[in-house]
Every structure is written in C-alpha cells, then in structure tokens.
Design a protein around this ligand. Structure first.
Ligand code: AMP
Length: 213
C-alpha cells in the first residue's frame, strides 16, 4: 500500500504521517526532511528551503527515486509526506512505481485555512538536535525550550519565520492546488478537514486507510 499525504505548511501532515506510518507499518518518506538534510551541505538548497521556496520539481523527484532505490527497493508500503507536490512529480512517481508493478493507492489532502496555518506556525518549535517537532499550544515540551526526546535545544525553523510562511502558503496554493485539481478530476483525492484536533483527524485517516487494505 502506497499513500501520499499532502497539506499546506503546518497542516499537521508531519504529525499524522508519523502516527500513521507507525500504525500501518509504512516507510515514512518525508521530502521536507530530505530537503533540510541536503540544505546542511548545499548553500543553494539552504536558501531555497529557508526562504520557503520549493526545490526544482524534477530535482526533488530525482532525490526521492534515488532514496527509494537505496532504502526501499521493493517500493511497497510507503507513506509519502509532502511529495508529490506538482503534477510532474506525481506522474514521475506513478511511472516509477508502475515499473515495479505497484501504484499510488490513495492521495489524502489535509485541508487547512491560511489563518490556522499562521496561528500554528507561530507556535511551532523544532529540536535543533533530533528534529522532533513541538507546538507550544497543542503539544508543548515538558520543559520549556528543551526537547523531551533528546534534551536538545528547541528553536524556530528558519522557514517557519513569518516572512517565509506567507511565501510557502502561496507556493503551496499555486503548485499543489494544480495537482489537487488534476487528482480531483481523476477522482483520486481524499480531502480531509485538517482544522480539527490531532486524534480526531488520526481516527478519520485510520478508518480511510483501513478501507484500502
Ligand atoms: P515541508 O516540511 O514539507 O513543508 O517542506 C519543507 C521544504 O522542503 C519546502 O519548503 C521545500 O523547499 C522542500 N520540499 C519538500 N517537499 C518538496 C517537493 N515535493 N518538491 C520540492 N521541494 C520540496
């Protein structure tokens, strides 16, 4: 079973992807994480990620395919988070999986309003050491400024700063919404209300994924 989870920045797709991949034993492929790793060694990618822009679409597809060849060569049971974001990426992924005799079983979109995005992002912090994400309102750390998991310092991601948030939302709208229209017209998109509490969304998504088995 291969599933794609889409959503605007701070839609909760990372949290849901982590919970769902554990529950359904899926390999969690997160392109935001891949991009942030690459940014540590590549100044050009760092600039793209920090400013809230997107890595060129074909380049990102290449990173994903390369990673899959190494990490998940059988191409089964993958939860794609944040990828594909463009029609070209969707088609590349579909082709790639079909070559291996597999397919994309479902695309889920976590829908969220811009106001909610801004509200959530302003309270999101991330561990500078292990990458664990906290929300100061909905999921605060036990000790202020300190990661529960590894004791690392909690910081705000550069691309979560207000000047980047607006740009990321616009990019999301301009690029991914074209993909969503395409998927809607092919009746392949499951839209889920992402403005609700984490556990309620998780229950909904779990029920939906059960139907795919
Ligand atoms: P995210 O954590 O999903 O919001 O992604 C963080 C950043 O990673 C994005 O702002 C992009 O710079 C990059 N990125 C993630 N997924 C993709 C993708 N499918 N195509 C291009 N760039 C991506």
């Amino acid at each position: 079973m291969n599933i794609v989870l889409l959503g605007a920045p701070a839609s909760g797709k990372g949290t849901q992807a982590e919970m769902l991949s554990k529950k359904f034993n899926l390999y969690h492929l997160q392109t935001g994480g891949i991009a942030r790793e690459l940014a540590k060694k590549d100044e050009r990618i760092k600039e793209i990620v920090d400013s809230g822009k997107l890595v060129p679409e074909n380049e990102m597809s290449m990173y994903v395919m390369d990673l899959l060849k190494d990490e998940k060569p059988e191409m089964k049971d993958i939860l794609f988070e944040g990828f594909p974001r463009f029609i070209s990426q969707y088609e590349a992924l579909e082709r790639f999986l079909k070559n291996k005799g597999d397919d994309i079983d479902a695309v889920i979109s976590l829908e969220i309003s811009k106001e909610e995005v801004v509200r959530r992002i302003s309270s999101r912090v991330i561990c500078s050491k292990c990458g664990e994400v906290f929300n100061l309102v909905t999921n605060p750390p036990k000790e202020k400024g300190v990661c529960d998991k590894c004791g690392g310092e909690l910081i705000q991601r550069d691309d979560d700063k207000p000047e980047s948030v607006e740009e990321r939302f616009e990019y999301y709208k301009n690029n991914t919404e074209k993909l969503m229209e395409y998927l809607d017209s092919h009746k392949k998109l499951e839209r889920v209300d992402g403005n609700r509490p984490i556990d309620v969304i998780f229950e909904d998504l779990s029920k939906f994924i059960e139907t795919l088995k």
